[in-house]
Design a protein around this ligand. Structure first.
Ligand code: AMP
Ligand code: ZN
Length: 114
C-alpha cells in the first residue's frame, strides 16, 4: 500500500469528496478549505513535485489546465476569477509530497501571499 495520501485517494483507499475524475487526473475538495471554494487537482500518477516534470509531461499539463478551466466554469468562477497555486518544497509551503494544483475561489484573494 502506498504511503502517499494522494495516491491512496487516487486508488480509492482513502475517501475524498471527488468533483472530477478521468484517466489522468482527479479533483477533490480540500479537507481544510482556505476559501469558499478550495479544490485540489492531482495527476493520478505519483509525481512528487513540479520539479519532477519534464517536457514529456506536456500533454498531461495541457489536460490539467483544461480540467481546471472546466471545473472553474462549473463552479461559476469564470466571471469573478479565482486563484491557481502550486506549492513546491519546504519554503514553498508544500505539505503533501504529491504534485497538486490548488483552485481557490469565492472570495477576494490577497497579494502577496503569506
Ligand atoms: P500543500 O500545503 O500545498 O502541500 O497542500 C496540501 C493540501 O492538501 C492542504 O491544503 C491540505 O488541507 C490538503 N489535504 C491534506 N490531506 C487531505 C485529504 N485527505 N483530503 C483532502 N485534502 C487534503
Ligand atoms: Zn502520490
Amino acid at each position: 500500500m502506498s504511503e502517499c495520501i494522494f495516491c491512496r485517494i487516487a486508488a480509492g483507499e482513502l475517501s475524498a469528496d471527488i468533483v472530477h475524475e478521468d484517466d489522468q487526473v482527479l479533483v477533490f475538495k480540500d479537507i481544510t478549505p482556505q476559501a469558499p471554494i478550495h479544490l485540489l487537482l492531482i495527476p493520478k500518477r505519483h509525481v512528487s513535485t513540479l520539479l519532477e516534470l519534464t517536457e514529456e509531461d506536456g500533454e498531461l499539463l495541457t489536460h490539467v489546465f483544461t480540467v481546471i478551466r472546466k471545473v472553474a466554469v462549473e463552479y461559476g468562477l469564470s466571471k469573478k476569477g479565482f486563484r491557481t497555486v502550486i506549492n513546491t518544497g519546504d519554503e514553498g509551503g508544500q505539505t503533501v509530497g504529491h504534485l497538486h494544483f490548488h483552485l481557490l475561489g469565492g472570495r477576494h484573494m490577497q497579494w502577496p501571499p503569506g
